[in-house]
Ligand binder design. Structure first.
Ligand SMILES: [Zn+2]
Length: 304
């Protein structure tokens, strides 16, 4: 800019003024727009956007209480429309993807149908096991149905580390499945905790954890993971975990324990009609800021 204004090229006063004003205005605009674009670009490269859904409980059966199983397909289509606009890089469902059937064949049918819809959502798909996912099915059958290999694992996106946990185990370490489970007594077995410690120690960036059952409640609560305190200590000791996203209780809820946000997302299954729905997009920056934009009954959060 100063080079241009101090140019020795002979220009009329008007031209200089006009040119100067023009240059200043345009230059100013260009500069701030460029700076903004650059900043946007920088933030973008260090920020990941994901889509979050939970407790879809899809089943081709009559409603029971507040659960309208067949409506999940339409509610998911509404979420898909929103996600097509928001363009998340990946999609995670926090468990209870399907609801129970009496036979393996029927339950696999539910899984096949909802999986077809869910698979069309943006980006790669991540599945957290919920107690209803492995009611009649075994874990292997569920994982095969959604084409995943593991029930707990981790992955990285744009400098953020994401961890999927599986609390669908009895106290003695037996995996839930084939109607062998106690929904009020989920556990994260020792082997998975050892894996978690190692995974968090090696994690490069900030961490977000996905789990179906609740880590933020005392172990004697119906919704709590039996050894929640032990797991929370591992998360806290890493010094890297920003937030834990959970399902299971079906209602919006958030709390903060020792610097970690524990958030329960609104279940998709609850209530009848388009307005009775909940889903969200979540932005996580590598620096640790989180913004959750909720739709329908899902609440918004901003943790910067
Ligand atoms: Zn549920």
């Amino acid at each position: 800019m100063s080079n241009i204004l101090h140019s020795s090229r002979p220009l009329s006063r008007r031209a200089i003024l006009r040119g100067g004003t023009l240059l200043l205005t345009c230059g100013g605009l260009e500069l701030s727009a460029a700076a903004r674009l650059l900043a946007d670009d920088k933030t973008k490269s260090r920020r990941v956007r994901l889509a979050v859904l939970t407790d879809m409980h899809f089943a081709d059966k009559a409603p029971a209480g507040s659960r309208h199983y067949r409506e999940t397909i339409g509610k998911l289509a509404a979420a898909a429309e929103q996600f097509a606009k928001d363009k998340p890089e990946f999609t995670v469902e926090l468990g209870d993807f399907i609801d129970a059937a009496d036979s393996v064949k029927t339950e696999l049918g539910y899984l096949k149908k909802i999986q077809r819809e869910f698979a069309a959502l943006p980006g790669e798909k991540h599945y957290v096991l919920g107690n209803h996912c492995v009611y009649t099915l075994t874990k292997q059958e569920f994982l095969d149905g959604v084409e995943r290999k593991k029930s707990y694992y981790s992955f990285d996106k744009r400098g953020v580390h994401f961890v999927v946990l599986d609390a669908c185990y009895l106290k003695d370490g037996t995996p839930y499945g084939r109607k062998n489970f106690v929904w009020t007594d989920p556990n994260i077995p020792g082997q998975q905790i050892e894996w978690l410690k190692k995974d968090l120690a090696e994690a490069k960036g900030k961490v977000v954890v996905f789990v179906h059952q609740r880590l933020d409640l005392p172990g004697d609560s119906h919704y709590a993971i039996n050894n929640a305190v032990q797991v929370r200590r591992v998360l806290e000791q890493s010094g890297k975990v920003l937030a834990v996203l959970q399902g299971h209780s079906h209602k919006n809820y958030v709390t903060e324990i020792n610097g970690i946000h524990y958030c329960v997302m609104r279940a998709m299954i609850e209530g009848s009609g388009a307005a009775q729905n909940g889903y969200s997009t979540m932005d996580v920056s590598a620096e640790g800021a989180i913004r959750i934009t909720g739709f329908r009954d899902q609440q918004n959060y901003d943790w910067s």
